[in-house]
Write a protein that binds this ligand. Structure first.
Ligand SMILES: Nc1ncnc2c1ncn2[C@@H]1O[C@H](COP(=O)(O)OP(=O)(O)OP(=O)(O)O)[C@@H](O)[C@H]1O
Length: 229
């Protein structure tokens, strides 16, 4: 198992963001992490990325606790901006290269081309959609075993979304694992292997997307509406 979580709890003061979450993530699969605003998706990803410590429960990556070693092998893309105002797109690549041993500049160049981004442009001058594409390019340029992308399609126009999703899947490769959180269930439905429905910090439904569709005789969009309406 790539990631094993047992009874994870994370509280922010009196607010329980992740509540007794138990989940196994398998290698080589694509996961949709689904749930309404405030359901705990980001907090879970931050725990798995080693940025937030759970109050209780356990989480391991390849059998070892989350820490310095796992951080080298896990690429996490947050919803927050990550570059400084002075940076060009070229600088963003160099900055990432300094931070991450697995960052591949050639791969970054290919991704920039796919995303129609120019290395000389200033990151702060990009439209929100282009800035979203830059974040994806920088994250995917790492040769990681687990990619966790928090709302990667936010701000990206409907025409580009399919191309961006294809780029994500092709770049990550079949042997690696992707967890994508999104509200755009219909966009994910076409591409994911597994779906995890989160509500109030816990998992309410989880499994292979195909099996969930078959056993409930509903699309993921219909299931989503049923669970959260
Ligand atoms: N740093 C923080 N301090 C206090 N409360 C927080 C903090 N981060 C998250 N929370 C709270 O924890 C809960 C879960 O938040 P989280 O961001 O994990 O949800 P989410 O499912 O990712 O939501 P969204 O879809 O809106 O991004 C929310 O109620 C949120 O207000």
């Amino acid at each position: 198992m790539l990631l094993e979580c047992n009874g994870l709890v994370k509280k922010y003061m009196s607010k329980t963001a992740v509540d007794n979450l138990t989940l196994n993530i398998e290698r080589g699969k694509i996961y949709a992490l689904l749930g309404p605003n405030g359901s705990g998706k980001t907090t879970f990803m931050k725990i798995a990325a080693g940025l937030v410590k759970p109050n209780s429960g356990s989480i391991t990556f390849c059998g070892n606790p989350i820490g310095v070693e796992s951080k080298k092998r896990v690429a996490y893309m947050s919803t927050e901006p990550f570059f400084y105002n002075y940076m060009t797109i070229d600088d963003v690549g160099k900055y990432y290269q300094d931070f991450f041993e697995d960052f591949d500049m050639k791969r970054y160049d290919v991704l920039l081309e796919r995303m129609e981004l120019n290395k000389r442009d200033h990151a702060k001058a990009l439209s929100s959609g282009l800035a979203a594409k830059l974040k994806i390019a920088a994250t995917l340029a790492r040769k990681s075993e687990l990619y966790m992308l928090d709302e990667p399609l936010n701000g990206i126009d409907i025409i580009s979304r399919e191309r961006v999703m294809t780029t994500i899947l092709e770049t990550a490769g079949d042997e690696n694992t992707i967890i994508i959180s999104s509200h755009l269930v219909d966009e994910l439905e076409k591409v994911v292997d597994n779906a995890v429905f989160v509500k109030k910090g816990g998992i309410v439904l989880e499994g292979s997307a195909e099996q969930l569709r078959e056993s409930h005789n509903k699309s993921m969009v219909e299931l989503y509406k049923e669970i959260y309406a």
